[in-house]
Ligand binder design. Structure first.
Ligand SMILES: Nc1ncnc2c1ncn2[C@@H]1O[C@H](COP(=O)(O)OP(=O)(O)OP(=O)(O)O)[C@@H](O)[C@H]1O
Ligand SMILES: [Mg+2]
Length: 307
């Protein structure tokens, strides 16, 4: 176990019957870190989060939150964690504000927490829905309430399992501003998302799970540096009609005056590719080089099916 870690996962195994859902996962998250937990459907992300929240019991291994063991000190670690679950679980008979107050009560908080609940309602754009029954909310609004419930006791570690699934653009942006604020204020954030652009913008370190095993665990920049390709965009003064044979397989598409080539960083020199294009009589007026994004590296590591 790593000292001062917010979350520590040590040789964690979980089986569901014959399915080995977590195959000895090991990592730790430092306090204050913004950590991304990525992976294709069925990789084991939610199982790991559920183990952390004490909802799923691991078969072997240990988990701790802020130095406390999740199994033997369940109540303590539950208080240190705010978990936004992937599934939309809610009590249909509670109103929105009541749902937040009820959750606060679970942690022994009363009236003194009401200002924070009002702030959550405003930030999550739920103030005008405060007295609406949960069952009457749309899916995206229910998710906002779940986010509020996770934050109601101001936990030092916030775990978000696909918080933006089914959430509209406006709220997604508001939500990220809010999560960033929590991070700036010192909260540790653990985020699972299939929107890899979100992860690329926000996360400092990333683990990628695939079939229950970690295929990557490194800082965002280390992960991005694993990209083996880059794209070269060529803009010509005239319509591109002929291509040198040696470039044919690198061309992604040609669109009138422009084309895109996919180049290997280790093999294809941009300078010599440009020379070859000029030699073919194409008059280049501009170029643009685009490094691989997180999504490209993700596909490289877990395959196309993982997207
Ligand atoms: N309670 C359960 N009983 C049986 N199998 C389960 C159970 N929970 C999860 N699984 C299986 O464990 C594997 C991992 O599931 P998990 O929900 O952790 O994936 P995930 O990475 O969160 O995927 P997604 O991106 O779709 O949310 C899957 O094959 C899933 O079917
Ligand atoms: Mg999941």
């Amino acid at each position: 176990m790593v000292a001062n870690s917010a979350v520590s996962v040590d040789t964690l195994h979980k089986r569901f019957g014959t399915l080995h859902a977590l195959k000895g996962i090991d990592f730790s998250i430092a306090q204050g870190e913004f950590f991304g937990l990525l992976g294709p459907n069925g990789a084991g992300k939610s199982t790991l989060i559920n183990c952390l929240a004490g909802l799923v019991r691991p078969d072997a291994g240990r988990l701790s939150v802020m130095g406390h063991d999740v199994v033997t000190e369940y109540r303590r670690t539950r208080r240190l964690l705010g978990v936004v679950p992937q599934e939309l679980v809610y009590d249909p008979f509670l109103q929105v504000r009541e749902a937040l107050q009820f959750q606060a009560g679970y942690f022994g908080l009363g009236k003194e927490n009401d200002d924070w609940i009002e702030e959550l309602l405003t930030t999550l754009n739920l103030a005008d829905r405060a007295t609406t029954n949960m069952r009457a909310l749309s899916g995206g609004m229910k998710r906002r309430v779940l986010i509020g419930q996770a934050l109601v006791h101001k936990p030092p570690v916030v775990v978000l399992d696909e918080p933006t699934a089914g959430v509209d653009v406006e709220l997604r942006q508001a939500l990220w501003r809010f999560i960033k604020r929590l991070h700036t204020e010192g909260h540790t954030i653990v985020l699972t998302t299939h929107y890899l652009e979100e992860a690329e913008n926000l996360c400092e370190r990333i683990a990628i799970l695939d079939h229950g095993a970690a295929v990557a665990l490194e800082t965002k920049s280390e992960l991005l540096a694993r990209g083996i390709c880059r794209s070269l965009h060529i803009f010509a003064s005239h319509k591109i009609e002929t291509l040198p044979d040696q470039l044919r397989e690198k061309v992604q598409h040609i669109n009138g005056h422009s084309m895109e080539l996919r180049l290997r960083k280790d093999k294809d020199s941009i300078v010599s590719v440009l020379d070859t294009i000029r030699d073919a009589g194409i008059d280049i007026i501009d170029i643009q080089v685009e490094e691989d994004r997180l999504e490209d590296v993700f596909v490289q590591l877990v395959g196309e099916g993982g997207k």
